[in-house]
Design a protein around this ligand. Sequence first.
Ligand code: PEP
Ligand code: MN
Length: 338
Amino acid sequence: MIITLKKDAPKGEVEKLIGGIEAKGLSTNLIEGASYNVFGVVGDTTILDEKVIAANPVVDNVVRVAAPYKKANRVFHPADSVIHVGGIPVGGQEDVVVIGGPCSVETEEGLLEIAEGVRDAGGRMLRGGAYKPRTSPYAFQGQGSVGIQWMAEARQRYGLPIVSELMSVEKLEEFDQNVDLIQVGARNMQNFDLLKALGSTRKPVLLKRGLANTIEEWLMAAEYIMAGGNDNVILCERGIRTFEKYTRNTLDLSVVPIVKQKSHLPIIIDPSHATGDWRLVESMSLAAIAAGADGLIVEVHNNPECAWSDGSQSLKPDRFKTMIKKGRVIANVVGRGM
Ligand code: PEP
Ligand code: MN
C-alpha cells in the first residue's frame, strides 16, 4: 500500500498514523520528496481499510498495490485448487464437469425423469432449486424441504451429486446434511451473514457472481467463506446486468482467464441465466470450455414450455446431450477431458 501525505502534514499527526499502522504488525518506509512525502506499507495489508486511512486529514492519497483478498488469492496459493463434490473433482486439470437439471424442483416424478436424462447425456451432477429467489412474491417459491428430499432420491437413483440453492442461514443444517454442493445465488452474493455461516461448514459452495458485482467484490465474497475456514469454494459466472436487452444478462466470459490469474479457485459458467434463451446456451457453453472454464451449470427440462420457472432458457435432454458431445471436442482442444 502506498500512502501519500500532505507536505505540510504536522509531524506529530504523521507519527500517530505510522505508529497505528506499525502497531498492527506492518512495516513502513518513508520517502521524503520535494512536494509530497510518501510511505510504503509492507506486510499483510488486507487488514487495512484504505478508506479509513484516506479519511485522515494528513493523507493526500492511498493506493492499494496488493489485492484485498488473501485466501482466495493465487499469490498465496499458486497451485490450482481442486474441489471435490460428492467424489467428483472440479478445477485444475481435471475433466470439465457438466451440471444439468431443472431451474426449480417441481414434482418428484418430473425431477427423476430429468435426472435420468441428465445422466444419460453425460451430465455429472444434478441441479435443482427447492428454495427459489423469485423476483415476484406471487411466483412459484419452490417446493422447500420436500424438494430437497426428491433431489436426494434422484442422487440415490442416478448416482449424481446434487446442487441446490441456499437462501437463508436457518436452512444451513438441512443443506449441510443433504446437498453435495450448496449454491449461493447471484442475489445473495453479498449476504454476508450467509457467507459467514457457510464458512463454518466444510461443504463445497458454488458462489455465483452478483447481478452487478465486480470481480473483486466476488472474490471478496469468496474470501468471507474461506476466512471462516471453508476453502471449498467454486465460482460461477452467470452473466451481469448491462444495458443490453436481447439477452437476459451479458455473459462476461473474460472472467475465466482473469479469475484464473487472480485466484486458484475453480470457475464454472452458467450459460442459461447468462443468456435467458435456450438457443444461445450451446454456443456459450462451447465458448466457456474454450476459455478454460472448469465446468458448466445448465438448466435442463423435459418439457420447457411447461416449466414452472426459466423454461425459455432450459434445454431438452437431447439438446443437452448434443451440447456435451460437442463440448468434449472443445475440451480436448484445450487439453481437458469432459
Ligand atoms: C438459479 O440457478 O436458478 C438461479 C436463480 O440463479 P442466479 O442466482 O444466477 O440468478
Ligand atoms: Mn433458473
